[in-house]
Write a protein that binds this ligand. Structure first.
Ligand SMILES: CC1(C)CN=C(N2CCN(c3ncnc4sc(C(F)(F)C(F)(F)F)cc34)CC2)S1
Length: 489
């Protein structure tokens, strides 16, 4: 039967956030594994109670300093905990022989979750990520299904089953050294789920969705970090419940302090976003965190993740540091250029579309309105990074079955380029060395120009240099970009 430890029971009824943090830290610091089901039920219970409409009347508390919450009773949590154990152990045999999970076991656990979900519901709704949502409403979002499968395998004693995360999809690894992979949830809209299958070996392996086989493979503690990252403090589209946001921030800091975010760039980025809104640590700024997320992606994932650069670019944009934002976005584009665009990559497509057609045009408008003394329109480095940004998107499209660019991109693009003075554009030295040779590397299967030694850090350590102040060399541009810049000069 479910083991609900006395040390955890003693913390109930939970009345404030500090007690929830204590429950998590007890679980995270104890020798044995943190209990994924318990923690997801508790965080889901708190999130759902505080963000449900009934609380819209702000019934929360009148004493925010103690972070007082409504009472959360042990019995509510224990009953849900036992229910999850019964659902899982009632349908799948436990791992009495302490062996590795098999594909059949993983698929069976995925089927138990999958077949117990409500027939049809709005999958993108908020607050559907936790086991609380699953156990009380039979609804989960795509991340929630993957997390529930891993939590179910933990209940059964298959401790080799772990969560694998790209930037827009989740699956599981299992077997010796996590050598096996399996889809366990759906992705996107209208796509047939591939549950039970190995992770993309075909063309999908070259799509951003599978990050060129460089997913974040979680430990138990990182699975707790994923669940904490998935906490959603939104009361509605415009308002967050501060107590839930504070709980998420406190838990992420605890995970950070214990090193559990080191290999998890998005979780570091999430913490950076929370710190920007409400700083808690004077010694570590949100900017530091965005930089750390990039360093983590470069060090552990061969710089094949885009989001660390868009976290950083978004920060610079919000803080009117436009030159730096252009550099972040150029770096984001440098990542995407090595992928082939596929229909599963809509999320990152929308990200680049917003940067190109909303954020950059807004910056150009701001910079060309007044008499900005220090305007980026006079900085060749900004123009070079802008071309690099567009060039990466063009190269992303090359060799892809699905087109990326369309006329809707061209107008803002030409508009933006033409805002830079001719003498500034002339400073960008477009060196077109053997473009053919460089580009072809994408087509020979090695979709990244690092000859597959897959070590971004070593490969780039010596070559990460800022373009010189005067001559900006931007070599091997996509012909489209070249033509456009030629047309402007
Ligand atoms: C720079 C941004 C536009 C701001 N927020 C971003 N997020 C918010 C947080 N986020 C995440 N933050 C932590 N972990 C994960 S795992 C994951 C996922 F793989 F898509 C999953 F699992 F399918 F949902 C997403 C995600 C997704 C990316 S990217």
């Amino acid at each position: 039967m479910a083991v609900f430890r006395d040390v955890d029971k003693a913390l109930f009824p939970i009345k404030n956030i500090n007690t929830v943090v204590k429950l998590f830290t007890n679980q995270l610091e104890d020798s044995n594994e943190p209990d994924l089901a318990l923690l997801s039920i508790v965080s889901g219970l708190i999130e759902n109670q505080l963000t449900s409409r009934s609380n819209a009347a702000g019934q929360l508390t009148d004493s925010p300093e103690s972070n007082v919450l409504p009472r959360f009773e042990l019995e509510d949590v224990e009953n849900l905990y036992k229910k999850f154990h019964l659902i899982i152990t009632g349908s799948v045999e436990s791992n009495d022989t302490k062996s590795y999970a098999t594909r059949e076991i993983v698929k069976k656990v995925s089927d138990v979750i999958w077949n117990s979900l409500t027939r049809s519901y709005y999958k993108d709704r908020a607050h559907l990520q936790s086991l609380y949502s699953y156990l009380t409403g039979s609804k989960l979002d795509c991340f929630g299904v993957a997390y529930a499968v891993v939590a179910g395998c933990q209940v059964l004693g298959y401790n080799d089953v772990h969560l694998a995360l790209s930037e827009d999809h989740a699956w599981v690894v299992f077997g010796p050294n996590g050598s096996e992979t399996a889809e366990v949830t759906w992705h996107g809209k209208g796509n047939e789920d591939k549950r039970g299958q190995e992770i993309g070996k075909g063309v999908s392996a070259r799509s951003w969705l599978y990050v060129n086989s460089k997913p974040v493979v979680c430990t138990r503690h990182m699975e707790v970090a994923a669940m904490v990252s998935a906490i959603n403090p939104s009361l509605n589209a415009n308002v967050d419940v501060s107590e839930v946001a504070l709980l998420q921030q406190e838990l992420l800091w605890h995970l950070y302090d214990f090193g559990h975010l080191k290999k998890y760039p998005m979780a570091i980025g999430n913490l950076g976003d929370l710190e920007e809104i409400s700083p808690k640590r004077p010694d570590i700024s949100c900017k530091n965190l965005f930089d750390e997320a990039i360093e983590s992606a470069r060090k552990y994932y061969n710089n094949q993740h885009v989001y660390p650069y868009t976290y950083q670019g978004g920060y610079y944009y919000r803080n009117k540091m436009y030159k730096e934002a252009f550099e972040s976005w150029a770096n984001a584009s440098d990542v995407i250029r090595g992928y082939n665009y596929s229909r599963d990559d809509e999320e990152i497509y929308k990200e680049f579309l917003e940067i190109a057609n909303e954020l950059i045009p807004y910056i150009m408008k701001m910079e060309s309105s007044g008499f900005e003394a220090n305007t980026i329109l006079k900085k060749a480095e900004c123009f070079a990074n802008l071309l690099k940004f567009y060039d990466g998107i063009c190269q992303w499209e090359e060799g892809s079955a699905t087109p990326v660019l369309h006329i809707g991109w061209a107008k803002p693009l030409v508009n933006t380029i033409s805002k830079f003075d001719a003498d500034v554009r002339a400073q960008v030295n477009i060196v077109c060395d053997n473009v053919e040779e460089k580009l072809c590397s994408k087509k020979n299967g090695s979709i990244f120009n690092n000859n597959n030694n897959n070590n971004y850090e070593k490969e780039h350590a010596s070559t990460i240099t800022k373009p010189s102040a005067t001559k900006q060399s931007a070599s091997n541009f996509h012909p489209t970009i070249e033509a456009l810049t030629a047309a402007c000069s």
